[in-house]
Design a protein around this ligand. Sequence first.
Ligand code: ZN
Length: 132
Amino acid sequence: MKILNVKSRSRDEFIAITEEIQQVVSSAGVIENGYCILFVPHTTAGITINESADPSVKSDILMMLNALIPREAGYRHLEGNSAAHVKSTLIGVSQLVAIVHNRLELGTWQGIFFCEFDGPRNRKVHIHLFDS
Ligand code: ZN
């Protein structure tokens, strides 16, 4: 298992990590074809795959998440970050990506994003590589 360290700078932020993950896959070398499991070990963050070409897409997703899940809504969790917990559960904390010829199998417009919902913080993404 490899660990990618991610430093967020805002409370809510999508951070592109495709190149960093691809570097881990490439440097592992031995995986010609297989699978990459990405796991975020946090309760107020997530990981998603979506369009990376137009940065407006990640802004739109964040805007709608904030509209759907307001920061204050009579939550009972006393830590004051319930909205972040809800967003984490909606987005999810893992992704599975196939590796084909030592490359992450992503569509032309797809990128992998670490999703911060309670930043700024130092975060981690666990990377598990499997040979098929
Ligand atoms: Zn909390």
